[in-house]
Design a protein around this ligand. Structure first.
Ligand code: NAD
Length: 501
């Protein structure tokens, strides 16, 4: 689908009760291509009335039981079909995604789906299998009391997602939510309302009963808030910024709703002198320039041991030169624009600050030859104190600060000097160093001599203001189900039933 086709596709609509519908108010908002700054489509502007409709469809579907009480094997079949369809429609989803949020479309992989679509399909397949294999537990207390657990779908969930990897991050929540038999109202980001429509079509084609998955487009204040506050929504799984999470937490607390928060980061990428720089340098560049730095686990604070500091910087600059900005719709472009004008202005503000707080080693501006589009050069800031704002605040752009350190303890102290605690990266030739540092880093996730590798059983999430709760494997199961027990006394042979307490 070309840009023109997307425009012809008209406006993106909500998906409620198995149908694409306009906003109850008829309201719309513009979808802007961040590479050209041109409006390319409109999207339904959801409000409380749309959320009400979606929640009532989700509740009806949950109570009807076609999904919530379906056999796990049926749920697996439907989700596997949806996964196959995501891979089959990978190119179309990626085109829409690139158009709405500017992430590069990627190299030509022939018939192979884009890795983000493979991962989205994997999300569905993984939890489809997980729910089928999961069993309950039984406890026998002294042959006097037998208890067994029952794990049931919990109800209607609100799923609120960001724009930086829209389909991958959405399926990461939907997969366990739906696999365990719940119904969902999904509120994607206002910055990525186009690609999600394809997923709605996919669920329908895969045979998901109407009303199990509903999607309402719109802004956080207008559509997100009523979703969080709705009495019939039992829990909210949210990925986004800590500021939004605080607001959701307050509102959800009133209804005593369960919440799961996957939030931002300012992750340290620690490179020791004994690291293999042939691997560490390109990985450091990818860790901060991929998706123009709009990645929650971006290695935005690069800490480098004194002995190799100069050598690292020289090689890092060369690696950064490989991240040339370009049209994200063109095959092979590695660096696209930032998602929106406000995000561009925010990052530019941080670059002004960087000139006061440190020294721009390379980058730091809009790239030459780009009159339109929210493009920012790959940037490294040096000679900056770890306490500086640009080392403490999440910039969410292609901007790394590079800070020297003397030894492991200093690296740990600098890394932990942060309100965030999402990810950490350690590059070293020593297992002892890797082990010592990983135990002391205050982050939820640590990658050693690698980055971004996933096993969907990993407890994904952050410490401090980077998150609350973990998702992945059986932790997702806990969040998206209601675990109860039933127990009965046993009569000991030849005796009276035990008295319980
Ligand atoms: P955001 O918090 O502004 O918005 C996220 C979502 O919340 C959007 O759908 C938005 O419309 C909605 N929203 C906004 N205000 C709301 C409110 N008051 N009530 C309910 N919903 C509301 O974040 P963003 O700019 O879309 O995403 C960037 C942030 O997400 C960064 O901080 C990034 O690090 C984080 N992120 C975290 C992860 C992770 O897994 N930890 C992954 C990706 C992004």
């Amino acid at each position: 689908m070309s840009e023109a086709d997307v425009m012809r596709a008209g406006s993106a609509q909500h998906y409620i009760g198995g149908r694409f519908v306009d906003a109850a108010s008829g309201g719309c908002f513009e979808v802007v291509n961040p590479a050209t700054e041109e409006a390319v489509a409109t999207a339904a502007r959801g409000e409380a009335a749309d959320i009400d409709r979606a929640v009532s469809a989700a509740k009806d579907a949950f109570e009807a039981g076609d999904w919530s009480r379906a056999k796990p094997s049926f749920r697996r079949e439907v989700l596997f079909r949806a996964a196959d369809l995501i891979e089959a429609r990978s190119a179309e989803i990626m085109q829409r995604q690139t158009l709405e949020m500017g992430g590069p479309i990627g190299p030509d992989l022939g018939s192979r789906p884009h890795p983000l679509m493979e991962r989205s399909a994997w999300n569905l397949r993984f939890f489809a299998e997980e729910q089928e294999q999961a069993g309950d537990r039984a406890f026998n207390r002294d042959d006097t009391l037998l208890t067994y657990t029952m794990t049931d779908p919990a109800g209607v969930f609100g799923l609120i997602t960001p724009w930086n990897a829209p389909i991958m991050l959405s399926t990461w929540k939907m997969a366990p939510c739906l696999a365990y038999g719940n119904s969902a109202i999904h509120k994607p980001s206002e910055n990525s309302p186009l690609s999600i429509g394809v997923l709605c079509e996919i669920y329908e084609e895969a045979g998901l009963p109407p009303g199990v998955y509903n999607m309402v487009l719109g802004y956080g204040q207008e559509a997100g808030v009523p979703l969080v506050e709705h009495d019939d929504v039992i829990g909210i799984s949210f990925t986004g910024s800590p500021a939004t999470a605080r607001d959701i937490a307050k509102r959800a607390a009133h209804g005593l709703k369960r919440t799961s928060f996957e939030l931002g980061g300012k992750s340290a990428n620690i490179v020791f002198a004994d690291a293999d720089l042939d691997k560490a340098v390109p990985a450091a560049a990818m860790g901060i320039f991929m998706n123009s730095g709009q990645v929650c686990v971006a290695g935005s604070r690069i800490l480098v041991q004194n002995e190799i500091y100069d050598r690292f910087l020289e090689r890092f600059e060369k690696a950064a030169a490989g991240w040339k900005p370009g049209d994200p719709m063109e095959r092979g472009t590695r660096l696209g624009p930032l998602v929106s004008k406000p995000q561009y202005e925010r990052v530019m503000g941080y670059l002004d600050l960087a000139r006061e707080e440190g020294r721009v080693l390379f980058g730091g501006s809009r790239p030459g030859g780009f009159d339109k589009g929210y493009f920012v050069e790959p940037t490294a800031i040096v000679d900056v104190q770890p306490d500086a704002r640009i080392c403490q605040e999440e910039i969410f752009g292609p901007v790394a600060t590079v800070i020297p350190f003397a030894d492991a303890d200093e690296a740990i102290a600098i890394a932990n000097n942060s309100d965030y605690g999402l990810a950490g990266y350690i590059w070293t030739g020593s297992q002892d160093t890797a082990h010592y540092v990983s135990h002391r880093l205050q982050t939820g996730m640590i990658w050693i001599n690698s980055g971004f590798n996933r096993d969907l059983r990993q407890p994904f999430g952050g410490m401090k203001i980077s998150g609350l709760g973990r998702e992945g494997g059986d932790l997702s199961r806990e969040f998206y189900t209601e675990t109860r027990f039933a127990s009965f006394p046993l009569t000991p042979r030849g005796g009276e039933p035990a008295a319980g307490h």
